[in-house]
Design a binder for this molecule. Structure first.
Ligand code: ADP
Length: 499
């Protein structure tokens, strides 16, 4: 930055110092004295000729060093000394003409010299200005975060910014003067020259001003995608093209991560829904199955009293055993679906929550929901199945957003803190109407919903199964500021350290 300010300080006017003003007068006077002494020395040889000729260099020196003022002063001094010393020749008409010519010449030299000095100073200033502007431009280019490449109309690289060096892994010195096609993979690599020629011939704009996604080629031959915007500049008869790149690798990787996460979540939500269906079925079927087995046992007893050797007895016994087995199979199916897929690792609860909110908060902004995240220090690492816990977080967020649909104030607060039993606790607080007292005590049971046909009523029950299989707890409480708070805990720290 400092360079930039220095470079921009182009309007500073240099004040001449006192010594630089006085010096030309001194130099001029000394030169006059020297001229006078020389002329005196040569007086026997010259006689009455060339009285003022010896002062011409003094006027010249004064002009060149100080401009018109010292030059005029030196001219006057020369005339005075000339007359004082050589007054004896003054009566000669030729010398009077000489003096007049010298005076006019002195003034002419003063004026011409001054002009020369000024134009010299101007061109020096201009050159400095150009250099400073160049430095200014260069420092701006150096700090532009986007990689930038400037090429001429033949496609040869004129400028290559530091960000471009980082993106392409080529150094500036290696690529300046090279054809820009070295930055492109095939088929652009081969076709770029004819592309430029066509543009030069037809003037038909295809890429200029229209950002587009291109594939770039690094020095080591690997490819990457980037967004490229091209601008055109004309300097005199020459034409330049400036390309700004935006590296899309990061963006694409992030999109890919979201995509993977989404697929994983979809998968787990299917599995969880299946598990929940199985558990609900087990619950629903348990009663009729135990009734069947009870009736069978009762029937068996009655039959035994009447006919203890009836062959039907063994059949009824087997039927009762099968009824119990049916219940067992369903229970095992549920256990398999919920627990069998668990894949626990050390995860950052904060990061996991942030990722989940990318999906959980879809549409929240449009609804006018403001979301605040807060994480206490000292609580982050947890030992969990990331996708399952994200499923819970998403569920709680979606429920909170749903609950606030009709509310005036729509505030969602997600807090990460230390909960009971020194576990990591995540709280999702909303400003909705709070939990309906009608369902408050069955909130976490399957198929309990207040959303009619819109709700399945399995979200919270899946969440509870997930949290409990992790050794944590999930509960709801009223929000003192209005609304509901759902909280869950999961074990902190490393798996071996015991929790
Ligand atoms: P669903 O959302 O399909 O109804 P859930 O099991 O996720 O199933 O939720 C069950 C019920 O719990 C909801 O229908 C709703 O009545 C209640 N509930 C859940 N979250 C909230 C909340 N943040 N505020 C108020 N009620 C809630």
């Amino acid at each position: 930055m400092e360079r930039l300010w220095q470079a921009m300080d182009v309007t500073t006017v240099e004040r001449p110092s006192v010594s630089s003003v006085v010096m030309p007068f001194v130099v001029g006077s000394l030169a006059v004295a020297a001229g006078g002494v020389l002329r005196l020395a040569l007086d026997p040889a010259l006689g009455d000729r060339a009285v003022f000729l010896f002062f011409v260099p003094a006027v010249l020196i004064a002009t060149v060093t100080g401009g018109w003022l010292p030059a005029s002063a030196t001219t006057l001094l020369s005339l005075a000394i000339g007359y004082a010393e050589f007054g004896r020749y003054g009566h000669l008409a030729s010398n009077q003409v000489d003096a007049a010519v010298f005076g006019v010449l002195g003034i002419a030299m003063a004026v011409g010299g001054e002009r020369l000095l000024r134009s010299q100073a101007r061109s020096r200033g201009l050159a400095r200005h150009v250099i400073e502007r160049q430095a200014q431009l260069q420092s701006i280019l150096d700090t532009v975060p986007n990689p930038m490449v400037v090429i001429d109309e033949d496609g040869l690289i004129e400028s290559f910014s530091p960000a471009a060096e980082r993106l392409f892994n080529w150094s500036k010195d290696e690529v300046i003067g090279e054809n820009v096609s070295i930055l492109m993979p095939s088929p652009e690599h081969e076709g770029h020259d004819s592309f430029l020629q066509r543009y030069a011939a037809t003037g038909e704009r295809r890429v200029i001003g229209v950002p587009r996604v291109v594939v770039g080629r690094r020095k080591n031959g690997t490819h990457f995608s980037a967004e490229l915007s091209i601008g055109e500049t004309r300097l005199g008869s020459r034409r330049f093209f400036t390309g700004f790149f935006q590296d899309l690798t990061e963006r694409e990787a992030a999109a890919e991560r979201v995509q993977t996460l989404q697929t994983e979540l979809l998968q787990i939500s299917r599995l969880s829904a299946m598990g929940e269906m199985a558990s609900a079925l087990a619950h629903e079927l348990n009663q009729p199955l135990s009734a069947i087995s009870n009736y069978l046992r009762g029937g068996e007893r009655l039959l035994r009293n009447d006919n203890p050797h009836s062959p039907a007895l063994a059949a009824m016994d087997k039927a009762a055993a099968q009824a119990l087995r049916a219940g067992e199979i369903i229970r095992r199916l549920r256990d398999f679906v919920v627990r069998g897929e668990s894949d626990r690792n050390m995860e950052s609860l904060r990061q996991l929550t942030e990722e989940a909110s990318a999906l959980g908060l879809i549409g929240a902004k449009e609804l006018g929901v403001t979301t605040r995240f807060k994480a206490d220090t000292g609580v982050d690492e947890v030992f969990v199945d990331k996708v399952q816990i994200q499923q819970v977080v998403i569920n709680l967020m979606r429920n909170a957003i749903d609950a606030m649909r009709e509310s005036e104030r729509r505030e969602l607060r997600v807090t990460l803190s230390v909960g009971p039993e020194n576990m990591a606790m995540l709280s999702v607080a909303d400003s909705g109407p709070g939990i309906s007292p009608r369902i408050a005590d069955q909130l976490f049971q399957p198929f309990v919903t207040t959303k009619g046909a819109q709700g399945m009523g399995v979200g919270l029950s899946i969440s509870r199964t997930i949290i409990e299989t992790h050794g944590g707890r999930i509960w709801a409480e009223p929000n003192p500021e209005g609304g509901a708070i759902f909280r869950f805990t999961v074990p902190m720290g490393n798996p071996k350290g015991g929790h």
